[in-house]
Design a protein around this ligand. Structure first.
Ligand SMILES: [Zn+2]
Length: 467
């Protein structure tokens, strides 16, 4: 993998951009320990108040040009009104909250997790990549444009939830507030992507791609329960609860879900098709629609693409086994986690699993489930503008429609918008993302932070100031 900075282009744009000042403000943001606990009563909201105070004092032009409201508990909605009511507003979103540091790993950090240390060319700390970079990056971009006389014709919303990592109540409150005001959005930009990867999995090893996530897969935790009185293991008439539960799990795993090239993945292969040099894909992508089945089967066999073409099945938890080798277990339960493909639903997953298990003594219920998000348009204004700005600042990169197997809170805005794009302009090497996001030594390079701000200035300027 090339150095991520080798892809950066037009770093000379906006020569008076205060990159050092921006990094300092991001550093101070990281020092606010905005961890939101799933039990919100345990959250220290004073840290969110500190973050709000930092935002209000750091971006005077934004504060003067617009309104800044606290919505729901501690979510923020900043409205920068545009002069042309005929233009549908656009919305830049992210979240203020961060995940905690895994207990016992505090000492593994090169710089303390909430220090916001600026060292070795990086800003270090929890939230540097997920996702205070985007919260403050959006603010930097708006401040830059306004302080340079930019007059917004299209209304811009900056919308920052306070509990994306837990309950998403913030995003729901923000979206509902806008809905109650009759707002319809042209596009939404949320976190996602933020990486440049070699396209070898797509049969294009000489090419680098960056994903623009158009949708989020659905999510379900299915609990399986088997009841048993236990007893002496010398008389296991009818089998043990562990045996029946294991058999149920095995049947689920042995009945995979359909493998399909979804509309998003068709778009991905159409975008990458001109760069594909390896067979069998080289031939197959000449006709993505006609060869959709064969391409999907290829993806299914390819580790990085496998989750993109099917509903995945991951047994994750088993509880209640016997402590003693000669004692049969009593009631047992297991959890199987599903990530639901575009076009399927949680109800369909349950029906599929019931049919596969075919055992009435195994009871099933969802502990948690949500259907896949809608799929954002990739043929309209928002996608075109975003990829144009991204393309200016990252050279030799192909932007491809993609999806996320994880989840963010952008889907709450679908009631207002058909183009909810998940794509961060803050690029990190895949190993930094893997290690740092929700892990140890989360950090963003100073150049990557400044470059992401340039993308956002360019996009906000093109979409809102000079539409
Ligand atoms: Zn995030």
């Amino acid at each position: 993998m090339k150095d991520i900075h080798a892809f950066f282009d037009h770093e000379e744009d906006y020569p008076d951009l205060d990159a050092a000042g921006a990094a300092g403000r991001l550093s101070r943001a990281i020092q606010c320990k905005t961890i939101n606990c799933a039990d919100h009563t345990r959250t220290d909201y004073a840290e969110f108040d500190k973050l709000h105070a930092l935002i209000r004092e750091s971006y005077p032009c934004v504060m003067a040009a617009g309104t800044c409201e606290v919505i729901g508990h501690h979510s923020l909605l900043i409205t920068l009104p545009g002069s042309d009511a005929a233009l549908r507003p656009c919305l830049f979103m992210s979240h203020q909250d961060v995940v905690p540091v895994v207990e016992g790993t505090e000492g593994d950090w090169t710089y303390p997790a909430f220090s916001g240390a600026i060292a070795e060319g990086y800003v270090w700390g929890r939230g540097a990549l997920d996702i205070k970079n985007q919260v403050f990056g959006c603010l930097e971009a708006a401040e830059y444009l306004l302080s340079h006389g930019g007059a917004f014709r299209r209304t811009v919303y900056l919308s920052f939830g306070d509990d994306e990592e837990t309950l998403n109540l913030g995003a729901q409150a923000l979206a509902k507030t806008l809905q109650s005001r009759g707002v319809e959005l042209e596009f939404v930009l949320d976190e996602g992507g933020g990486k440049i990867e070699n396209a070898a999995a797509y049969g294009a090893p000489e090419t680098y791609l960056s994903p623009v996530d158009l949708m989020e897969k659905g999510y379900a935790d299915l609990e399986l329960c088997v009841k048993s009185a236990g007893g002496h293991s010398s008389r296991p008439f009818g089998g043990t609860s562990l045996g029946r539960l294991s058999q149920a799990i095995a049947r689920i795993v042995d009945h995979p879900f359909p493998v399909r090239l979804t509309p998003v993945m068709k778009g991905a292969f159409r975008a990458i098709a001109p760069y594909v040099t390896q067979e069998p894909l080289k031939t197959l992508v000449q006709d993505v629609e006609g060869n959709a089945g064969a391409i999907a089967r290829y993806c299914y066999e390819t580790r990085p693409l496998f989750p993109f073409v099917t509903t995945t099945i991951a047994p994750t938890v088993i509880r209640g086994s016997s402590e003693a080798c000669n004692v049969m277990p009593q009631d047992m339960s297991a959890v199987v986690n599903f990530r639901i493909a575009e076009g399927e639903t949680a109800d369909e997953v349950l029906a599929h699993v019931r049919a596969a298990v075919a055992d009435d003594t195994v009871s099933m219920r969802f502990l948690q489930s949500n259907d896949p998000s809608a799929t954002a348009r990739s043929d309209g204004y928002g996608y075109r503008m975003l990829t144009a700005s991204m393309g200016r600042y990252f050279r030799d990169v192909v932007f491809v429609p993609s999806l996320t197997a994880g989840a963010t809170d952008a889907h709450h805005y679908e009631i207002l918008c058909d183009t909810c794009l998940r794509c961060s302009p803050f690029m990190a090497p895949p190993e930094d993302v893997a290690r740092g996001v929700h892990g140890t030594d989360e950090r963003i390079s100073l150049r990557a932070y400044a470059q992401g701000i340039r993308v956002l200035i360019h996009l906000m300027d093109a979409a809102a100031v000079h539409p």
